[in-house]
Design a protein around this ligand. Sequence first.
Ligand code: AHR
Length: 506
Amino acid sequence: MSTARAVINLDLPGPTISRHVYGHFAEHLGRCIYGGFWVGEDSDIPNQGGIRLDVVEALRALRIPNLRWPGGCFADDYHWRDGIGPREQRPRMVNSHWGDVVEDNAFGTHEFLALCELLDAEPYVNGNVGSGTVREMGEWVEYLTRADDSPMASLRREHGRDEPWRVPFFGIGNEPWGCGGNMRGEAYADLARQYSTYVRDHGGNHVYRIAAGAHDDDVTWTRALMEALTPFGTPLARPGVFQGISLHYYTTAGPWTDKGSATVFDDDDYWRTMAASRRIESILAAHISVMDAYDPQRLVGLVLDEWGTWWDVEPGTNPGFLYQQNTLRDALVASVHFDVFHAVAERLVMANIAQTVNVLQAMILTDPDSGALVLTPTYHVFAMNAGHQDAARLDAHLLAPDHVRRVAEEEVPTVSVSASSKDGGVLISASNLDLTEPVELTLDLRGGRLAEATGLVLTADRVETYNDADRADAVTPRPLDVITDGDVLRITLPPHAFVTVRGTLV
Ligand code: AHR
């Protein structure tokens, strides 16, 4: 068995890991909203006002901090007034991006905010720039958040909701370089300034406005947005007209035209996936360095509001519905991302996995016929890591020089660690990406001691293992031995495994 050591200073708390990096994304896409969250009031599936309660219960265990909606690409086709009022009278539309299906707008503003209340998650509403108007966006914010008898607040009351909602996050369009309008960076940057101006703070509701950002390593787009915030060439000295800039990055095993199967893959596919996953580190670093140049005080937040694996759809399913299975490989993609997110906590204020139910790297898959629900391996990573939310990052120095795998031109670390502390508790997360070799990991804790330490491990015999109706717990957390040896803890990371160790500071 190979060995590795992680030195963790328990008495040097770093920046807070925003709970919002454990955020989620639910789009009107395939069976995410319809069938996933929403079954309608007449369904046999237990629901509250049409929202399925088994999904809510499972997600409440993750303490999901925020939910982004209604898209994605759908957001720039969505007109919010179509989704209010009596459902049978709501206009229909074509969901041209996702399956070319007819959307009946049964799930609209009130249903989304009711869902957020059930989940105890903060709403992140994504507005329409591509085909909407400034007025439409401004009125939506007024409808959502204004308390008095303004025109939009009155309209909301006519539709049964007296109190305004709190909407802390608002997106200014989505992927404007592509599905959101095919714009150039400078053109969109001006629109982001304009639209953000009309996303008002009503009463005590303070909105964090998120300009739609780049994908992958397109730092030119990020630069255009930072230029728009600092038009006079001097570094940003106070919060600008928008406060956050988004970024999208998806992990695949191959080129965009050949993403690969979710469940059938060989070792090379696996390692290409791990290399692509680890690339999030250099991608975030590139955007952060551009932001640092314009905004050394870190007034603008980076928001990775779409991330996760994107595979070929499951055979026999609608290609526009992006339904994919989820194996232990997906779980490791998530655990590696979280270690990187923790490392850049100073600038990364939010991240949203795509997407919560039945689409891309989902937490939950539901059967379209029986309605039965399965928790994916990725779900368990979110659950095991939940203790990092709003905790202080602890720097974890990994001494594992031999644990590197060369994948084409890239060197992929095969062991990954991060740690945090909160309220006297410490949470350490570690992943072993190697497919065959276990690793004995020594946790060299300095500046303090843990009274007790317990461990969990998420693994399976094969990295292709997934959960389904017949084997719902094929990949599920199990207890892990944690050996206390003087001032250090020792754990064994099995091959292709994610583990957490939790303890209390004495
Ligand atoms: O998450 C699926 C799609 O991926 C989103 O709608 C879009 O923003 C991105 O291209």
